[in-house]
Design a protein around this ligand. Structure first.
Ligand SMILES: *[C@@H]1O[C@H](CO)[C@@H](O)[C@H](O)[C@H]1NC(C)=O
Ligand SMILES: *[C@@H]1O[C@H](CO)[C@@H](O)[C@H](O)[C@H]1NC(C)=O
Ligand SMILES: *[C@@H]1O[C@H](CO)[C@@H](O)[C@H](O)[C@H]1NC(C)=O
Ligand SMILES: *[C@@H]1O[C@H](CO)[C@@H](O)[C@H](O)[C@H]1NC(C)=O
Ligand SMILES: *[C@@H]1O[C@H](CO)[C@@H](O)[C@H](O)[C@H]1NC(C)=O
Ligand SMILES: *[C@@H]1O[C@H](CO)[C@@H](O)[C@H](O)[C@H]1NC(C)=O
Ligand SMILES: *[C@@H]1O[C@H](CO)[C@@H](O)[C@H](O)[C@H]1NC(C)=O
Ligand SMILES: *[C@@H]1O[C@H](CO)[C@@H](O)[C@H](O)[C@H]1NC(C)=O
Length: 429
C-alpha cells in the first residue's frame, strides 16, 4: 500500500496485449490426481480489520501469519510485493506498528530454529528501499531475490501475496507484508493447513517467481516441474475442516506465468461469474473495465460483459463493493460504477474506512484492500484489482473454492460489510 505502486506501474509502460478467452494453457497430457493425500487439513478465512473499525474476525491476518511462522519446521517461502514490517514500530502503540514487528521477529526466530526462509519480492527502488528484506538477508536469516518484473514481462509488478510453509501450510490473500496491512488496511485471505496437495501446487507458483528472479528472459514454456497439478477442469478434491469435501484450484496471472495446465486468473474469475445463477457479490479495491496505467487508457470489457450478462440476461443479483479513499482514481472509476449501478439487478456501493480517530494519519492506509467474490456456487479469493493491467501484466494469484460452508462464511463477511455503516451510495462520488 504505497505510492510507489502507482509510480512503478505508471513507469512500466504496458506492452503486453490482452489475453482473451477462457483457457487452460496447452492441456495436452492428463493431470495426475492424488486423491486422499489431504484428508485431515483445515481451511480458514483470515482478515485484517483496521484498528477502530467496528468489525471483528475470528482469525486476524496477524494471528494467521504468526501461527504459520511459529509452527514452521523446515521452510518458509514468501512471494511478496515488498516487506515493510518494522517501520511502524517508532509510532505510538495505538497505530499498531507492533503487529508488524511480531511477524518480523517470528521470522528471525524461525530462522534460528533452523527453518530455511526464501523471499522473492518485486525489484526494490529508491522510493521502495527493501530495508526489512535487506536486514533479513544481511543477518543470514533469509535468502532474498528480487524480480525486475517490467523487464521480464514487459510491464506491471510482482504484486502477489503468498506464504508457503513446510509445503503443507499456506496463506494467500490481499495482505501485503506490511505492518499497515495488519493494522490499518482491511484485508482478506485464505489459510490452509496440513494439506500437502493444494499447497504443493501453490508452491510451484512460488518456485516460478523464485526461478524467474534469476532469469534475464522468461522461458517460452515453463519446465515440467512447474506444471499445474490442478486446474478449473481437474480440481483438487480435499477433505478439510473435519469431513467436508472441498474442490478447489489455484489460478495465476499474468498469462506469461501460466505453466502447463494452469488456469488463468481472469479466466477463472469470468467463469465464476458466468456460472452464477442467483447471486454474485464482489468486494474489490479498484474496479474498471479499462487499463489504468497505459496512455491512453483503453476500454477492456471482459469482466464487465460477464457482470452485465449475468444481471441482465439471467437475472443474477449482483452486488459490488468498491473502495473509496484519498487516492481513488476519480477520472476513470466512478463513471463505470455509476453505469453498472443503472443496470437491472446490479447494485454498487462504495466502502470507506474512516480515518484514525487521531492524527497524524498513516499515508496510503484506511482502505478496503480485500479482493474477492462469492456467488451461490463458489468463492474466489485473489490478490489483484480488477482491471486490464492486473490480469495482463501483474503477478497475482487466486484460490477458487467450491464448498458450501466456505461460501456461506465468505457471504456472511460480504453481507456484514455491505450492510455496515461504512458503505455509501455510489452517487456520493
Ligand atoms: C490496486 O491495488 C493496489 C494495492 O493492491 C493499490 O495500492 C492500488 O492503488 C490499486 N489501484 C490501482 C488503480 O492500481
Ligand atoms: C484455447 O487454446 C486452444 C489452443 O491454444 C485454442 O485452439 C482455443 O481456441 C482456445 N480457446 C479459447 C476460448 O480461447
Ligand atoms: C488431524 O490434524 C489434527 C491437527 O491439525 C491432529 O490433532 C489430529 O491428530 C489429526 N488426525 C489424524 C487422524 O491425523
Ligand atoms: C458496532 O457494531 C455493533 C453491531 O455489530 C453496533 O451495535 C454498535 O452500535 C456499533 N458501534 C459503533 C460505535 O458504531
Ligand atoms: C530505509 O533505510 C534508509 C537508510 O537507513 C532510511 O533512510 C529510510 O528511512 C528507511 N526506510 C524505511 C521505510 O524504513
Ligand atoms: C444454472 O443455469 C444454467 C442455465 O442457465 C443451468 O444449465 C445450470 O444447471 C444451472 N446451475 C445450477 C446449479 O442451478
Ligand atoms: C484524506 O484526505 C483528507 C483531506 O486532505 C485528510 O483530512 C485525511 O486525513 C486523509 N486521510 C488519510 C487516511 O490520509
Ligand atoms: C460449516 O461447518 C461448521 C463446522 O465446521 C458447521 O458447524 C456448520 O454447520 C457448517 N455450515 C454449513 C453451511 O455447512
Amino acid at each position: 500500500m504505497k505510492s510507489t505502486i502507482l509510480t512503478i506501474a505508471l513507469m512500466g509502460i504496458l506492452l503486453i496485449s490482452a489475453s482473451n478467452g477462457i483457457n487452460v494453457s496447452g492441456s495436452t497430457h492428463k493431470i495426475k490426481l492424488q486423491d486422499g493425500s489431504c484428508d485431515n487439513g483445515s481451511i480458514s478465512i483470515a482478515e485484517s480489520i483496521p484498528l477502530f473499525l467496528n468489525f471483528s474476525t475470528p482469525l486476524s491476518t496477524h494471528q494467521a501469519w504468526l501461527n504459520l511462522i511459529n509452527n514452521a519446521v523446515e521452510s518458509i517461502d514468501m512471494g511478496i510485493f515488498y516487506m515493510t514490517l518494522t517501520d511502524g514500530s517508532s509510532l505510538p502503540s495505538e497505530y499498531g506498528g507492533q503487529l508488524g514487528m511480531d511477524i518480523f521477529k517470528a521470522l528471525i526466530e524461525a530462522h534460528s530454529r533452523g527453518v530455511k526462509i526464501r523471499i522473492v519480492q518485486n525489484q526494490p527502488s529508491a522510493s521502495m528501499p527493501a530495508n526489512d528484506t535487506n536486514a533479513l538477508a544481511n543477518m543470514g536469516a533469509a535468502e532474498v531475490r528480487s524480480i525486475n518484473w517490467a523487464k521480464l514481462v514487459g510491464g506491471g509488478i510482482l504484486h502477489t501475496k503468498v506464504i508457503v510453509v513446510d509445503q503443507m501450510n499456506v496463506y494467500l490473500g490481499s495482505a501485503n507484508c506490511d505492518w499497515r496491512s495488519l493494522a490499518q488496511v482491511k484485508e482478506l485471505g485464505v489459510v490452509i493447513e496440513n494439506c500437502k496437495d493444494i499447497v504443493e501446487d501453490t508452491q510451484r507458483a512460488f518456485e516460478q517467481y523464485w526461478d524467474a528472479a534469476a532469469m534475464t528472459t522468461l522461458p517460452k514454456e515453463w519446465p515440467m516441474k512447474d506444471d499445474a497439478k490442478y486446474n478449473s477442469k481437474d480440481m483438487a478434491k480435499l477433505i478439510l475442516n473435519g469431513d467436508q469435501v472441498y474442490n478447489m484450484f489455484l489460478a495465476v496471472s499474468p498469462p506469461k506465468f501460466m505453466s502447463r495446465h494452469r488456469t488463468g486468473d481472469v479466466d477463472a474469475l469470468v467463469a465464476a461469474i458466468n456460472a452464477a445463477n442467483k447471486t454474485v457479490c464482489i468486494s474489490v479495491m479498484d474496479y474498471a473495465p479499462t487499463s489504468f496505467y497505459n496512455r491512453p487508457n483503453f476500454y477492456w470489457p471482459l469482466i464487465d460483459d460477464a457482470i452485465r450478462s449475468a444481471a441482465f440476461n439471467r437475472n443474477v443479483k449482483v452486488r459490488m463493493l468498491v473502495s473509496h479513499w484519498n487516492h481513488t482514481n476519480s477520472k476513470i472509476i466512478p463513471q463505470f460504477l455509476h453505469s453498472l449501478n443503472e443496470v437491472k439487478n446490479v447494485q454498487v456501493r462504495w466502502f470507506v474506512v474512516p480515518d484514525l480517530p487521531f492524527n497524524p494519519q498513516v499515508p496510503y492506509t484506511r482502505v478496503n484492500h480485500a479482493k474477492y467474490m462469492v456467488t451461490e456456487q463458489q468463492s474466489y479469493v485473489g490478490t489483484s484489482n480488477w482491471s486490464w493491467d492486473y490480469f495482463t501484466n501483474t503477478g497475482g494469484l487466486s484460490y477458487n473454492i467450491f464448498n458450501a460452508n466456505f461460501t456461506s462464511q465468505l457471504q456472511s463477511i460480504f453481507d456484514r460489510d455491505w450492510n455496515s455503516e461504512y458503505t455509501y451510495p455510489i452517487n456520493r462520488w
